[in-house]
Design a protein around this ligand. Structure first.
Ligand code: ADP
Ligand code: ADP
Ligand code: ZN
Length: 216
């Protein structure tokens, strides 16, 4: 199964991606996680991407598209994949479509996790993430079992630098201007499915499973 997760920052894409990836046994590919790993390792890509990410802007397509094509060429993507945070522009969506088409493949589903804007600031400012495995927690809505430690790998969880009110507002603007058009794009491609992301995490996951179960 080849799945795209769409939705505003804070919709719960990363949270649901972990569960989908393990249930369907497909790799979870988060462009945000890949960029953050490059930042930690101080690679040239990381240094460049950081300039944009710290300000809530998108990393340019010229850096992002080749990165994803390269990742999708790995052996573990042969049986499907879950893209989280990509595509974020119509240009990226077109590049993805052409890349898959050249390999005789296509996306099975673009799943939008729909969450109104007024939920988002609380979710983002309370978010804590695991720098090692990318797992996402929330101080109120989804705290780790052992305070401050990742449930999956035991690392100390941290607050992302871009999860502050000013940068979140900037990211929401960017989402509305550059990413929201993808909803219509995938609707036209007949690939769009929508799940309400305002319910509890396990209920959202159940809705996602029933949608994915009806696809294949
Ligand atoms: P995204 O990857 O879409 O930016 P995350 O999965 O990181 O979003 O979730 C953003 C924050 O909201 C995290 O702190 C997460 O624990 C919390 N969260 C995710 N889904 C829900 C939900 N259904 N209800 C309440 N909080 C949630
Ligand atoms: P969130 O979980 O809040 O949706 P991400 O971890 O997906 O955030 O992305 C964090 C930042 O990484 C974005 O604000 C952007 O700067 C950069 N980024 C991630 N994916 C992309 C992409 N597909 N195109 C451009 N920039 C991206
Ligand atoms: Zn972890």
């Amino acid at each position: 199964m080849k799945i795209i997760l769409l939705g505003p920052p804070g919709a719960g894409k990363g949270t649901q991606a972990k569960s989908i990836s393990s249930k369907y046994d497909i790799p979870h590919i988060s462009t945000g996680d890949i960029f953050r790993k490059n930042i930690t390792e101080k690679t040239p890509l990381g240094v460049e991407a950081k300039r944009y990410m710290d300000n809530g802007q998108l990393v340019p397509d010229s850096l992002t598209i080749d990165l994803v094509k390269d990742r999708l060429s790995h052996e573990d993507c042969k049986g499907g994949f879950l893209l989280d945070g990509f595509p974020r522009t119509v240009n990226q969506a077109e590049a993805l479509k052409n890349f898959l088409r050249n390999n005789g493949e296509n996306i099975d589903c673009a799943l939008l996790i729909d969450v109104p804007r007024d939920f988002i600031l609380d979710r983002m400012t309370g978010r804590r993430v695991c720098p090692a495995c990318g797992a996402s927690y929330h101080i109120k809505f989804n705290p780790p079992t052992n305070e401050g430690k990742c449930d999956l790998c035991g690392q100390d969880v941290i607050q992302r630098k871009d999860d502050n009110e000013a940068t979140v507002n900037e990211r929401l603007e960017v989402y509305e201007n550059q990413t929201q058009p993808l909803i219509e794009y995938y609707e036209k491609e007949n690939l769009l499915k929508v799940v309400q992301g305002t319910k509890a995490i396990n209920e959202v996951f159940e809705s996602i499973c029933s949608i994915l179960g009806s696809i294949k």
